[in-house]
Design a protein around this ligand. Structure first.
Ligand SMILES: Nc1nc2c(ncn2[C@@H]2O[C@H](COP(=O)(O)OP(=O)(O)O)[C@@H](O)[C@H]2O)c(=O)[nH]1
Ligand SMILES: [Mg+2]
Length: 371
């Protein structure tokens, strides 16, 4: 084995699988990119473990190991909650998030045998900028395994400076929300090379020049429009954001740039371990400390109340004892398990009864909960 790949991580275990979360606008090419990663990794004899989190997709170009569509019927969700497509996707994902501990359990088990776990997500980017389920999913995944966000950009459709900026602002808000290592993936370079984007990112004056040369940037008197001045100022703000990013150009169609992408992913592993992980551990320790203090405080108060109560009512206290003959009322409703790991079937995609399969693991089901 290559000694560099078996180097222990700071936590002391063997090298862990890396999670790649693809995020981006609808049509940017997330699913095609996931398929490209899939075939690239298959060629390297390191097949990834793939999760499809898009409940509304009718066809995915790859065979996911876990598919939200096996658990949640998005059409049914729209009907039942009287929602349109956007609300339907969001609600479907929220429902799926309630089962995410089971998903994570399956992922964690597979993480010992695969090098990469890949998440394909729906195009509703709001999920990752403000919805609870997006944050729960990214936090849960990232507190379990080294994680990187691959932000997919439709390069041919982002050549207008204003579109470019709005796409970068989305990326920016996801970066600051997740705080995870982040790779900008300029996709579709077979149609449009991404050098213009790199130039704009490295040189804000070049971006401002591009902005000024676009029509509609000056008003009737030749003064810059409000939008134009706003974007000029924002390009300065984004300059700081660009410092923290890696950008690669790929074509999911031809496979160009995939090696550079995976080099960036490996570099993110170090960033995750050096920056994200210590921060996570600090936050976790602080949370545990306050939780412990709160627990002790409430136990103390309870004991005090109880003592006062018993002193006041000695007769009642005598009768107030646990009765061992009383029925044990366990409704057992947590036993329901319906996340399907397709790769456990004799052949991919075959339905299997995981209810029985996973029961025995329920006892050890535990994952660190975020926030
Ligand atoms: N030319 C070209 N088209 C692409 C590339 N990647 C994706 N597409 C096309 O872009 C469209 C949207 O892709 P899809 O993967 O479904 O996007 P998603 O909504 O982000 O999952 C499809 O028609 C793809 O064939 C690429 O690298 N080059
Ligand atoms: Mg897709």
């Amino acid at each position: 084995m290559d000694p560099s790949t078996s180097a222990p991580t700071p936590s002391g275990d063997a090298k862990k699988a890396m999670v790649i979360i693809t995020i981006g606008m609808a049509g940017a090419g997330k699913s095609t990119f996931v398929q490209r990663m899939n075939s690239y990794l298959h060629a390297k004899e390191s097949p990834p473990y793939i999760l499809n989190l898009d409940p509304a997709v009718t066809h995915v170009p790859f065979e996911p190991n876990i598919d939200i569509r096996d658990t949640i019927n998005y059409q049914e969700v729209m009907k039942q909650y009287n929602l349109g497509p956007n609300g339907g996707i969001l609600t479907a994902l929220n429902l799926f998030t309630t089962k995410f501990d089971q998903v994570l359990n399956l992922v964690e088990k597979r993480a010992e045998t695969v090098d990469y776990v890949i998440l394909d997500t729906p195009g509703q980017i709001e999920i990752f900028t403000w919805s609870a389920s997006g944050a729960i999913i990214t936090d849960a995944v990232a507190s379990t395994l080294p994680t990187v966000v691959a932000y997919i950009i439709d390069t041919p459709r982002t050549t207008a400076p204003a579109t470019f900026m709005s796409n970068m602002l989305y990326a920016c808000s996801i970066l600051y929300k997740t705080k995870l290592p982040f790779i900008l993936v300029f996709n579709k370079t077979d149609v449009q090379p991404h050098d213009f984007a790199l130039e704009w990112m490295h040189d804000f004056e070049a971006f401002q020049a591009a902005l000024a040369s676009h029509s509609g940037t000056t008003d009737d008197e030749g003064e810059p429009t409000y939008m134009n001045s706003l974007m000029n100022s924002m390009s300065l703000v984004l300059d700081e954001f660009y410092q923290h990013l890696t950008a690669v150009g790929v074509s999911s169609m031809t496979g160009a740039g995939m090696k550079e992408f995976f080099d960036a992913v490996e570099a993110s592993r170090t960033e995750y371990e050096k920056e994200y992980l210590p921060e996570l551990q600090r936050a976790r320790a602080a949370r545990e400390k306050t939780l412990q203090a709160a627990k002790e405080d409430s136990v103390n108060r309870l004991m005090k109340d109880l003592a006062v109560d018993r002193a006041r009512n000695p007769d009642a206290a005598l009768a107030d004892k646990w009765d061992p003959t009383e029925e044990d009322e366990d409704d057992g409703d947590d036993a329901e398990v319906n996340i399907i790991d397709r790769s456990d079937g004799p052949w991919p995609g075959q339905y299997i009864d995981v209810t029985r399969l996973n029961r025995r693991d329920d006892a050890e089901m535990s994952w660190p909960r975020p926030g």
